[in-house]
Design a protein around this ligand. Structure first.
Ligand code: DUC
Ligand code: ZN
Ligand code: ZN
Length: 464
């Protein structure tokens, strides 16, 4: 068979194996794996590693973030950065603005993304109200359209649901074949600590981290797993930041609860000390849960090595630093409470895990593929994505495992005006990203058209 495109001589990685072979691609799909394949176009990938294109199943793009606050990325800039960081699919969240239904919000997001994306896109939903229209009409209709996962919050006034409401949402997930994702932090405990801190004049960015300590995440993680046990559904605990929360997940799994776990680059590379930089600088690292300390980093790395995590995502949630519509929001210098939560990271997620995980000998290439692509596809129902296998979309990223780079703002493509990893050195860098057979990044430069599409997903809720 003569293919449209052949990637020759790469070391090809899937979640199950590594082998030296060619990849044959026709009409945007992988049509053969073998030796000596021929095609109209040939990419010589000798010395490179071919991985499934990264799937980042936790990103925030153009999400409403409060009056006067704007995210630093729209769909064009976020997916350009994603493609340059080796990703071929991103999964942003769809959050309804006050007074809008979830279905109206989805229609608005689809319109914002349409024709702008350099990667494929597939939306999760955010359920911030357990009202009858959301539970009885919007969720079933949107799940039927392939948006088969939704996030609920245990923190943030105006977003958080009570335990009773989370159970109701989980029940819909159970009935309809969707997966519930939980942001696990105890809001009442945070507010107790936050009020005390403010009363004492502890208002600097570092107090964001000090008022969201490990126990508030540990307790909420335990509660989320218990609610999933009661509702008899699988659950995804997103952005796990510390060993105690991971232990709660392990304990729940040991008693048979189906708990998936996600962690992110910030929890293996950053600490709360980053929020303690001089003046207002620490606001650059304000995200929730906050980065912890080096012991917790070690616990998360050990979890990655031991296979305790299913997915490694960025939680890309970008704000500009020097901007009153971003980190320097009105009131942000008067209290950490008013600093928008989130950091950019969609472009740096894969190099950080490659470097900290693969290059440092902590995880195998196969585990890297599973953590960055294959498991995201399996858990969230992206049936054509996440593996280099015949019949899958030809979503591939070529890595130079020997290339060392220093991450700096000026090599990145996101809309933020800083990176939390300024000066961070990595070994291993993505050099070409291929989306459905078309190159969208070459040598660090975005190329081609905005060919990204919205991808409907299969029903979810599989056992971990
Ligand atoms: N939770 C997220 O998942 N992302 C950014 C902020 C937050 O609290
Ligand atoms: Zn969250
Ligand atoms: Zn997030």
């Amino acid at each position: 068979m003569f293919h449209d495109l052949v990637v020759q001589n790469a070391q090809v990685v899937t979640s199950g194996a590594v082998s030296s072979c060619d990849i044959g691609i026709s009409q945007g799909q992988i049509t053969a794996l073998g030796i000596g394949l021929t095609g109209a176009e040939v990419i010589d990938a000798r010395g490179l590693i071919a991985m499934p294109g990264g799937i980042d199943s936790h990103v925030h793009i153009s999400q409403p973030s409060g009056p006067g606050i704007e995210m630093a990325d729209d769909f064009a800039s976020a997916t350009r950065a994603a493609a340059c960081g080796g990703n071929t699919t991103v999964m942003p969240f769809c959050l309804p603005e006050d007074g809008k239904t979830l279905r109206e919000a989805v229609a608005a997001y689809l319109a914002k993304a349409d024709g702008k994306c350099m990667t494929d896109v597939s939306f999760h939903l955010i359920v911030k109200s357990a009202d009858p229209v959301t539970l009885g009409q919007d969720l079933p209709a949107l799940i039927a359209k392939g948006m088969t996962s939704f996030k609920v919050f245990m923190t943030y006034e105006g977003m958080r649901l009570t335990d009773a409401e989370i159970l109701q949402v989980m029940d819909v997930a159970r009935e309809q074949g969707a997966l519930t994702m939980v942001h696990a932090e105890n809001e009442d405990a945070i507010e107790f600590l936050r009020e005390k801190a403010e009363r004492d004049g502890r208002i600097q960015p570092v107090h964001h981290a000090r008022t969201r300590p490990v126990p508030v995440e540990r307790e909420a993680t335990h509660r989320a797993a218990m609610l999933a046990e009661v509702a008899d559904v699988p659950v995804m605990i997103v952005h796990v930041s510390n060993g105690a929360a991971l232990d709660e997940i392990r304990r729940a799994r040991a008693r048979g609860v189906r708990v998936f776990a996600e962690t992110c680059p910030q929890y293996i590379t950053l600490t709360a000390d980053d929020l303690d930089r001089a003046g207002f600088e620490g606001a650059k690292w304000v995200c929730s849960p906050p980065p912890r300390d080096t012991d917790e980093q070690a616990a998360i790395l050990a979890g990655l090595e031991q296979g305790a995590f299913d997915v490694f995502s960025s939680d890309h949630c970008p704000f500009r630093f020097a901007d009153p519509a971003g980190k320097d929001a009105p009131g942000a210098r008067a209290s950490f409470r008013n600093i928008p939560n989130g950091i950019p990271g969609v472009e740096t997620r894969l190099p950080i895990l490659f470097s900290e995980g693969v290059s440092k000998g902590r995880i195998s290439l196969e585990a890297f593929a599973a953590l960055t692509a294959t498991n995201h596809a399996r858990i969230y129902g992206l049936e054509r994505k996440g593996a280099i296998a015949v019949g899958k979309d030809a979503d591939i990223v070529l890595w130079d495992p020997a290339q060392t780079r220093t991450i700096t703002q000026d090599i990145l493509h996101h809309g933020s005006d800083y990176t939390p990893w300024e000066g961070f050195e990595v070994t291993g860098w993505p050099v070409r990203t291929i989306l459905r057979g078309q190159t969208v990044m070459l040598g660090g430069v975005p190329v081609g058209t905005a060919m990204g599409q919205h991808v409907a997903r299969a029903k979810t809720g599989a056992r971990p």
